[in-house]
Design a protein around this ligand. Structure first.
Ligand code: FES
Length: 361
């Protein structure tokens, strides 16, 4: 499941001056493996100047689009992979791609009559695009309101496609663009997406009580501000789904450090068993040493990872025995943590024996 597969690039399409979308050719024998749900992401891997670089990018296409598996990659200053993708990748190149992952979605049903509201900033539009297209298609009686923040018109990713969708789903889809570095007629839409803006939108443009699901994607600060505002306005936090792209310097963790037992300050030497694809490997690991993911990689196990920063969830596995200390978590939902799932890139053993199973989903 968590293996990389080599996929050929079908198209590299410029979306803005510093963003390309990349579509992959999925061979027939891998079609099932690369089936995806709206809002999921792919982890890409490439050797760049001798470095094994892995990054996760959300899928922007919708699962109902025939033979379309596409991610968008925005160039970030100093970003190794994003610069490579924007400047060097071409049609016909091959990339190592991990099957789709992620839980940034809710179950759709043609009978639903829901109101979805999404807040996206910059490249945070990518998974929202996939969710929006799929909701509109599968749920003919649902509505979608999108607030999309950018600096200027020229940096709006999928500007035309969004406008086409708005025209196509007239009456069911509402789109508001916010620009932080270009004046618009209404002051309401000048500036960044923030808690304060969200407050005003709740007063003027939608009633939070009338919304069934919220989807937020963008920088940590925006997500924290907007979700706090929504929760203060009485929205059940189960209805607020969010996805971060980069490891935040600060921001709201989905759950705090968990599964710490006994004296967390006490240093112990553990025996850690890691299970992946039915294979097992056991090694000693100090509680104050490297994290379990790195330790397993050093033992030669091809355990999955991308960000190593508690964001992408690629390194998710289940603790089936023992206890660990998970330092940060921006990706797992409280229910998953409750069920024993952890981000192995953030985990250190705190019991004498720990068993980590990557095969349990
Ligand atoms: S590798 Fe991304 S959360 Fe651990």
């Amino acid at each position: 499941m968590a293996q990389f597969h080599s996929l050929r690039i079908k198209e590299v399409r410029p979306e803005t001056q510093d963003c390309v979308s990349i579509a992959f050719d999925v061979p027939t024998d891998l079609k099932d493996v690369f089936q995806y749900i709206q809002g999921q992401y792919l982890t890409l891997r490439q050797d760049i100047k001798g470095e094994d670089v892995r990054r996760s990018y959300s899928i922007c296409s919708g699962p109902l689009e025939v033979d379309e598996l596409r991610v968008a990659v925005k160039k970030v200053p100093g970003g190794l992979f994003s610069t490579y993708a924007n400047e060097h990748l071409q049609t016909g190149d091959a990339l190592e791609v991990m099957p789709p992952m992620g839980r940034f979605f809710t179950e759709l049903n043609p009978e639903n009559q829901k109101h979805y509201v999404a807040f996206a900033a910059g490249s945070g539009i990518t998974p929202i695009m996939s969710i929006l297209k799929t909701v509109m298609e599968i749920e003919p009686n649902s509505r979608f309101t999108l607030f999309y923040g950018n600096s200027k018109t020229a940096t709006i990713i999928f500007r035309e496609e969004l406008s086409d969708l708005k025209n196509r789903y007239l009456g069911r889809m509402v789109l508001y663009h916010l620009l932080s570095r270009e004046e618009q007629l209404s002051d309401l839409f000048n500036g960044r997406l923030s808690g304060e803006k969200c407050e005003r939108f709740c007063d003027i443009l939608f009633d939070p009580e009338d919304v069934d699901e919220f989807f937020l994607c963008g920088p940590a600060e925006m997500i924290t501000d907007v979700s706090d505002t929504l929760i203060e306005r009485g929205v059940d936090k189960k209805k607020v789904h969010f996805e971060l792209f980069t490891s935040p310097g600060q921001g709201k963790q989905k759950t705090q450090t968990q599964q710490v037992v006994g004296d967390a300050g006490k240093q112990i030497e553990s025996s850690v068993k890691v299970i992946l694809d039915g294979d097992e490997i056991e090694f000693p690991l100090a509680s104050n040493g490297e994290n379990i993911l790195d330790a397993a990689l050093n033992m030669g196990m091809d355990v999955p990872y991308a960000c190593k920063g508690a964001v992408c969830c690629t390194c998710r596995a289940k603790v089936t025995e023992g206890e660990v200390n998970m330092v940060m978590n921006y990706a797992l939902e409280p229910e998953e943590v409750e069920a024993g799932f952890v981000l192995t890139c953030q985990c250190h053993p705190v019991s004498e024996k720990v068993v980590i199973d990557f095969d349990q989903q």
